[in-house]
Design a binder for this molecule. Structure first.
Ligand code: PGA
Ligand code: ZN
Length: 396
């Protein structure tokens, strides 16, 4: 049985306060988890409440429903209790931050009680053998850094890596090489919120730098290292035009532009290339480039099965970003992955720009056989997940 559910405010990687939850069981089980937080959040995400409000709601509405409850790793039961404690469609009463921290802490407590790793508990006996390819953010700007690139994230995708460890090391090597090339060019660069370099250069220059760095590392490591993007287009769309730096594009021009980038840079992955409400434009782009490239919906789908189902029906995208805090519980995130997988969509389990040391998403990715994970390239709150993947792979 669950003995206690406790909450406290802690810091995230931006230095903002976030919700940490702890779940203990009467058999001595313990789980602790903290909620991440986005900066370029989707309009349709579950609601993140101010931290003190979320904690008060957790103490008042969630803890009494869970404490004393028969448990035995019943994650769906815990997550149903979270929905019942909230009573809304979008967790606006207790906060998606309180919900997701509780959901993840309960999963870890259950794994602890069962004496297995979190990925084994979440995935079951037949899971945990396929490892996700990590997408590493090596250069960027947008909502994650001032005076940097217009495109939010330039990602590397080590699609040819023979192991998760080689993949993680390759991404870090590209990150380091990007800095060297910028230095050679006399371009200073600090880091953005996710640890990616954030130089004051235009997107065309950024493509050149990242492509060169990826080529160098591919040669050094001896496998393919492709590029990807998160264009976070909803942040740049004013209802009429897309504004990236000084460029203004209509929807048709944006589709044309992205299709051109896919061809020119052999992009493996393009996230949110169009506005979060434009399922039709997403479908048009997917039609054009979707055979070879993952067109991924982040703000488009917000890990929500209803929005994903609409995308499946309309042929919008062929991949979904999965952020547990966008939907509020692990069960809901799990359902989004299952629906995606059944319909041939690749799931990309993802961090947020504001993160903590919590590594639950690494376990979720392994547990669901997700083909990709996006959790940065360097920095402690990013390597918490990447190193966890390396450890899990060592064990499996
Ligand atoms: P966010 O950005 O966590 O700031 O929303 C990450 C992303 O857009 O993928
Ligand atoms: Zn995104």
């Amino acid at each position: 049985r669950i003995e206690a559910v406790r909450y406290r405010p802690v810091l995230d990687s931006r230095g903002n306060k976030t919700v940490e939850a702890e779940v203990t069981t009467d058999s001595g089980g313990f789980g602790r988890a903290a909620a991440p937080s986005g900066a370029s959040t989707g309009e349709h995400e579950a609601v993140e409440l101010p931290v003190e409000e979320a904690i008060a709601a957790g103490r008042e509405h969630v803890a009494p429903r869970l404490e004393g409850r028969e448990f035995a790793g019943d994650q769906r039961g815990v997550d149903s209790a979270l929905h019942a404690a909230d009573g809304t469609e979008d967790f606006s009463e207790i906060g998606a931050n309180a919900a997701v921290a509780t959901s993840m802490a309960a999963a870890k407590a259950a794994a602890d009680v069962l004496g297995v790793n979190t990925y084994q508990h979440l995935g079951g006996a037949f899971r945990g053998r396929n490892f996700p390819t990590p997408l590493g953010n090596v250069l960027g700007g947008g909502a994650h850094a001032e005076d940097a690139t217009a495109i939010q994230e330039f990602l590397v995708a080590p699609t040819g890596a023979p192991s998760v460890r080689q993949a993680v090391f390759a991404n870090a090597a590209v990150h380091a090489r990007v800095k060297e090339i910028l230095e050679e060019d006399g371009v200073p660069a600090a880091k953005g919120d996710e640890g990616a370099w954030a130089p004051s250069v235009d997107d065309a220059t950024a493509f050149d730098v990242v492509a060169e760095a990826a080529d160098d590392v591919a040669d050094e490591f001896g496998f393919d290292v492709q590029l990807g993007l998160d264009m976070a287009a909803a942040e740049c769309y004013d209802g009429d035009e897309y504004a990236y730096g000084d460029d203004r594009r209509s929807t048709e021009e944006q589709i044309e532009y992205v299709a051109g980038l896919v061809a020119e840079y052999d992009l493996a992955y393009v996230e949110d290339p169009l506005d979060e409400n434009d399922f039709e434009a997403f479908a048009e782009l997917t039609d054009r480039v979707g055979d070879e490239t993952l067109v991924c919906g982040d703000d488009l789908f917000v890990t929500n099965t209803e929005r994903l189902q609409r995308g499946i029906d309309e042929g919008s995208a062929n991949s979904i970003l999965v952020k547990p805090n966008q939907i509020g519980t692990l069960s809901d995130a799990f359902d989004a992955i299952e629906l995606a997988t059944r319909n041939g969509y690749d799931a990309v389990v993802s961090h947020r720009s504001g993160e903590t040391e919590d590594a639950t998403i690494a376990h979720l990715a392994v547990a669901t056989d997700a083909p990709f994970i996006k959790t940065g390239a360097v920095g402690g709150e990013r390597t918490a997940k990447l190193n966890e993947l390396i450890r899990i792979a060592d064990e499996a």
